[in-house]
Design a protein around this ligand. Structure first.
Ligand SMILES: Cc1ncc(COP(=O)(O)O)c(C=O)c1O
Length: 401
């Protein structure tokens, strides 16, 4: 059976995987060798130097490429439409290398703070890039912008970090195609279990594998996947030429994590829905933002676009606004215990954080205010603990507010 004909849960385990040819090992060994023997100059087994070729990394790259429906993965034994990097930001940096110096690009207005920082504080200076930030929940804004301006790339996140805006991927992909812009979706929050942008016409997907794909908060990594052979060729070159590759130990951990992505996402989604509904009724909570709630402005779109086994599924991230101010947020965050107060998300353990002070501190205060990243805004990453224990923990924290 071709792995691509399997259900996604099975592809998490078998997608792009082959037993190791020498020993038949079912799980790929961690190939630590930095270099590989050549019989004669240029005559080798396809492996020269580990930055360019590493079989453990290739196994992970094939897995994610398969999950994201790259379509390029089955053809090649070695690598495919997937490219793994040392972090999510290393993946983003390499994707930006597809652009020529001084290129204009469009970026979703609400993105991970580090993506914003890389664009606005590094690449504007070092590569002369010209980013324009737009609220792409309204695709007509992109259409209007591209009618008058060029853009080499359009960078989308959906659901966004941290305000969980949902972008219509099919519409954005069609507009990008019509205007010749490379469309990239940061799919970290939804994961390929819920949403596969390449199937909706996107050119590329990016992941912080540090999050749901790795899933255990014990590895930092990133991945790019493309369905376009021309972009795959360029990314293969750039991955090696820029050199911020994922190491073999990390690739092993990330692949091990990816095998349970299907199971974990089911639990993240059901628990997050239950918690969001519970939070909505809590008197200390002013607002709950979760794409699964009917009150979410793009709920209908999310229900169509984010699906697990053909049923709507909205992910494990919830954002809330508390009543009060920064003091109330601090008291809440200091008094939850199962939810660990820490940056990051997507692990088996629940995490909670304050974006204005923590993950999005690099977004200027003015932009944060415009986006609604207020002092009372708290972001929850719902883990896979028993949901009753998580609700009890939140209830305790809120009782101290
Ligand atoms: C949505 C999103 N994209 C990208 C990144 C960057 O990934 P990394 O931390 O692995 O560099 C993060 C990190 O939090 C993120 O949340």
């Amino acid at each position: 059976m071709r792995p691509s004909s399997l259900h996604l849960e099975s592809r998490c385990i078998h997608g792009g995987q082959h037993p190791e040819p020498v020993t038949g090992a079912v799980m790929p060994p961690i190939f630590t060798s930095s270099t590989f023997i050549q019989e004669s100059p240029g005559v080798h087994k396809g492996f020269e130097y580990s930055r360019s070729h590493n079989a453990t990394r290739f196994a992970f790259e094939r897995c994610v490429a398969n999950l994201e429906s790259s379509g390029l993965d089955e053809a090649a034994e070695r690598t495919c439409g997937g490219f793994a990097f040392a972090s999510g930001l290393a993946a983003t940096s390499t994707a930006l290398e597809l652009l020529d110096h001084a290129s204009p690009l469009v970026c979703m207005d609400d993105v991970y703070g580090g993506t914003f920082r890389l664009l606005s504080r590094v690449r504007v200076r070092s590569a002369g890039l010209h980013p324009t930030y737009l609220d792409l929940t309204d695709p007509s804004l992109l259409e209007k912008h591209l009618a008058k301006n060029k853009a080499g790339m359009v960078w989308v996140e959906t659901p966004t970090n941290p305000t969980l805006k949902v972008v219509d991927l099919s519409s954005i992909a069609a507009i990008c195609r019509a205007h010749g812009a490379i469309s990239v979706c940061d799919n970290t929050f939804a994961t390929p279990m819920l949403q596969r942008p390449l199937e909706l016409g996107f050119d590329m997907v990016m992941h912080s594998a540090t999050k749901y794909i790795g899933g255990h908060s014990d590895v930092v990594g990133g991945v790019l996947v493309t369905r376009r052979a021309d972009l795959a060729e360029k990314l293969r070159f750039l991955q090696n030429a820029v050199g911020s590759v994922m190491g073999p130990f990390d690739a092993y951990l990330a692949l091990r994590g990816a095998k349970t992505l299907g199971l974990r996402m089911q639990r993240h989604c059901t628990s997050a829905m239950q918690i969001a509904q519970w939070l909505q009724k809590h008197p200390k909570v002013a607002k709950v933002i979760y794409p699964g709630l009917a009150t979410h402005p793009q709920h209908a779109l999310a229900a169509k676009q984010m699906r697990l086994n053909d049923a709507p599924a909205f992910g494990g991230m919830i954002t809330i606004l508390l009543k009060g101010g920064l003091d109330e947020s601090r008291r809440f965050l200091e008094n939850v215990h199962l939810f660990a107060l820490a940056e990051s998300l997507g692990g088996v353990e629940s995490l909670i954080e304050h974006p204005a002070i923590m993950t999005h501190a690099s977004v200027p205060a003015e932009s944060r205010a415009k986006l609604g990243i207020l002092d009372t805004l708290v972001r929850l990453s719902v883990g896979i603990e028993h949901v009753d224990d998580l609700i009890r923990d939140l209830d305790h924290g809120l009782s101290k507010v």
